[in-house]
Design a protein around this ligand. Sequence first.
Ligand SMILES: [Zn+2]
Length: 409
Amino acid sequence: MDDHAQRLVRMLDELGRVTDEPGRLTRTFLSPAMERANLLVGDWMREAGLTVREDDTGNLIGRLESPTPGAKTLLFGSHLDTVRNAGRFDGALGVLLPIVALAALRQRGESLPFHVEVIGFSEEEAVRFAGAYIGSKAYTGRLRVADLKLRDSRNHTLREVIESHAGRHYALPKAAHRPRELLGYVEVHIEQGPVLEAKKLAVGVVSAIASQTRGRLTFRGKAGHAGTTPMNLRRDALAGASEFVLFAESYARARPGLVATVGTIHVPGGAANVIPGEVTVSLDVRHPNDAACRAALAGLVRHAQRLARRRRLVCEWQPTMQHAATPCSPALTARLARSIRTVQGRSLSLVSGAGHDAVIVAALTPVALLFVRCRDGLSHHPDEYASPKDLAVALRVVDDFLSGMAGKP
Ligand SMILES: [Zn+2]
């Protein structure tokens, strides 16, 4: 497999140079670089024996037909778009690795008793339009009229952008498959976190994609002169917000599986000599279990309001985003774990704190995720790195998984 791993490394490098911005990697929805990326990856798919098509939303779909009559289809995929100034593994790995695995299979003259489709989703990162997963939503028939009204920074709607790309009127697509035609969906992705590195493991399997809630907490007190207002008469909104930030940290630390983050603090009209009268902080709460996520959020907001009252402040919660947890398929995940044990000796199960295309595809078919260790847990950054050795392990796991699915010993 090592030749194949080297080939995968070269492909990741080459695709990592396909960019809309000179000097750094940026590929956004239906951009010129995305068209070039699809041409390049499409060529690699063809070399591996896949037939290639692109749908109206720019999803690249390669299909390997099985000779077995009545065969079902196994999906592999991830996204080919990137954030601005991205690394070259996020997304790309989950498209290129299955292509290399299928090429290796072909080289050995083996066929599978099921069809395989490898999908390079056109949009996951919400860079051009402020709504993520356009590619996987289109593929699974979950794109809505409201999505088509989203506007990019040049004020073009999603519908306009798709129609000018496709050259015709765009009707909301049906799902690419009926659920009963499918065996499931497997996404290979860098971990984007530090757990595998800490456990000294190349790969791990994902049990669930965490439930995710995001919103804004606004604390209101009274602005005042920093020199003339005595401490005991102050209603300092920032002091209250700060107490909340530390509370959220200790609250999440005391609850396994829970992560809570205040990522922004906004002090409108803030000045060195003014007591802050109003402060808004963001709050992001995630947990592998929906009910636990809801309960934690309620607990945090309740405490914010309590501490606000004590400080004679008013506190208001405004939710902005809510994603339910996505459990991975126990059957597919068990198969992946078995392959991991075969290749690596030990399988670790972890929760994905980040969303992936699998969140959307899960509405169509059972999903499983294979995580690959990345250096320092770093992602969405040009220094993002997964070692060729770890990629070789991931490739062997997928190869073994395909054999297992095919019923070979
Ligand atoms: Zn990704």
